[in-house]
Write a protein that binds this ligand. Structure first.
Ligand code: SF4
Length: 244
């Protein structure tokens, strides 16, 4: 039969081929053997345990090719924003002289974090040195951030910033948090003063997750209702359900 819509079919085929390639590439990358500071603020400590223990995700819950493309867009937009900030007059360092990212490693390497950059100087009004953290967000998330600010709209990122400020001793001056609206390319920026109480809570939380996991103890579920949206999007929902 004649194919009246060959372009759409070609698009689907090329997308499937690309997604296969991306998923293969992701599978070849070595798994993280530590708890990432960027994840410590997630809503459920049990989910964090599964992540830290590298428990296999439920069937069909791995990263899709589309999601991997979104992650890559985030990395590339980070480079763009760094270049834009430099063009605006910031002295922004995104890696050390040896090319390594700035970061920290504590608890014998069990908790680690890698920061987007450190601002050494900036235009008038910007106190340095300061942490720089950047995210590329879809329009909905970006608008929530604009409306409510980092701490309310994106608590996971707020926890990440507080931990980085604490462990990299960059707490004296507010961090510069920037977010790019991936749809409109609008820029959000917020100066984030150091929240010592949040950093302490998150540090304690990381220690609890690491210690419990290594002792073989399962931390309580954060949500009793399995239809809660955090559970519906949790990669270990079946595993969680099968355990006490
Ligand atoms: S299914 Fe819900 S309660 Fe269980 S680990 Fe995931 S987020 Fe936590």
């Amino acid at each position: 039969m004649m194919d009246f819509n060959p372009t759409a079919r070609l698009g689907e085929r090329v997308e499937a081929l690309i997604d296969d390639g991306l998923q293969r590439r992701a599978a070849e990358q070595s798994a993280r053997t530590y708890l990432g500071a960027s994840r410590v603020g997630v809503a459920c400590e049990r989910a964090l345990q599964f992540e830290y223990a590298q428990a296999p995700v439920d069937l069909g819950r791995g990263f899709t090719g589309r999601l991997l493309r979104i992650f890559e867009r985030g990395h590339r937009m980070e480079d763009c924003m760094a270049a834009w900030l430099r063009a605006a007059g910031f002295d922004l360092r995104t890696c050390k002289a040896d090319g390594e990212q700035f970061g920290f490693s504590v608890a014998d390497g069990r908790l680690q974090g890698h920061v987007d950059g450190v601002l050494l100087s900036g235009p008038d009004g910007f106190a340095c040195p300061a942490l720089w953290e950047m995210k590329c967000l879809g329009a909905k998330g970006w608008k929530e951030l604009q409306k409510h600010g980092l701490a309310v709209a994106k608590p996971v990122y707020a926890a990440q910033v507080a931990l980085y400020q604490a462990y990299l001793q960059l707490h004296e001056h507010p961090a510069l948090f920037t977010a790019l609206n991936a749809d409109s390319m609008e820029i959000y920026a917020e100066l984030v003063p150091f929240d010592a109480a949040l950093a302490q809570r998150m540090s304690d939380r990381a220690a609890r997750v690491i210690q419990a996991t290594e002792a073989g103890e399962l931390l309580p579920r954060a949500f009793v209702d399995p239809t809660h949206f955090e559970c519906r999007f949790c990669a270990w929902q079946d595993r969680c359900k099968s355990l006490s």
